[in-house]
Design a protein around this ligand. Sequence first.
Ligand SMILES: Nc1nc2c(ncn2[C@@H]2O[C@H](COP(=O)(O)OP(=O)(O)OP(=O)(O)O)[C@@H](O)[C@H]2O)c(=O)[nH]1
Ligand SMILES: [Mg+2]
Length: 305
Amino acid sequence: MFSKLREVLKSFTQRVAEVLGYRELSEKEIEEFCEKLFVDLVEADVAVDIAQTIVELFKEKLKNVKVPRGSNTEDTVVEVAKDIVLELLKRGEAQDPVLLIKDMIRQSKPVKIIFVGVNGVGKTTTIAKVAYKLIQNSLKPVIVAADTFRAGAQEQLKKHSLNLGVAFIGGRYGADPAAVAYDGINFAKKHGLDVVLIDTAGRMHVDVDLMNELRKIVKVVNPNLKILILDALTGNDAIEQAKLFNEAIGVDGVVLTKVDADAKGGAALSVIVGVGKPIFYLGVGQKYDDLEVYRAQIILERLFK
Ligand SMILES: Nc1nc2c(ncn2[C@@H]2O[C@H](COP(=O)(O)OP(=O)(O)OP(=O)(O)O)[C@@H](O)[C@H]2O)c(=O)[nH]1
Ligand SMILES: [Mg+2]
């Protein structure tokens, strides 16, 4: 995870520290180092506008960087770089979703959470992972398969619920997804369950009919949380997806999946920094416990390991 990005940052800070070790950087050197940094970031799949933002921040900071007497030059430069990157990573920081859900339960239950996103990003897998997290926190979820469109979607989610020992509500193929979701909510009310996790069919953010259908589901369900699932590997397109889903239904937070598969790291970073929504979790694998609460500080440590 993040390996290419880590290399880019390391070689940049080393190059800067080499000069700073015996004199201040000239304007020209700052320009050159930052130019190279920009190219390297883009090569590590960082989106161009995000790479530009990062480089501008470095240009500003490097003008005034002073190495205190007796300090290690490279450590000083790394600290400067960490400050910049941490500031950016914090844009995605969110409250721990389990704590958020517990707060909501205290107001009224069941808490209704709907998961949306384009095809194949990891909605169904993420729901299973979230259900697992809730159980670990002594909460009782029900999983609702309101994806009545894709063949096999019901079975896929039912299998997860059996594995996890979690209640499951599904619907016939082609049934009204809003009605299935409603059944799930009623089931939770009847059995005193805490959380209703609603899966929806994958849909392209540019498909007007399917986005209208989603609006209808949201209207019927009136969810406490609308969670958008984004695939880290899609980088810039993920930001476009977020924009359109947000316009259609309003998005409360994001789960960024397949971060483990983004070997370079730049695509994931671009979504974290550019999406403009809280990142609730990172999906880091296919197992039930491969779901990490997003913490800027933890990503920072990985980037500067
Ligand atoms: N490596 C990795 N794979 C993941 C992750 N999350 C999901 N996947 C895989 O991505 C594929 C698609 O996952 P699904 O959960 O079926 O995606 P979906 O969004 O529900 O797909 P549709 O319902 O068809 O729109 C599966 O093979 C998952 O195992 C993750 O965090 N890391
Ligand atoms: Mg699915």
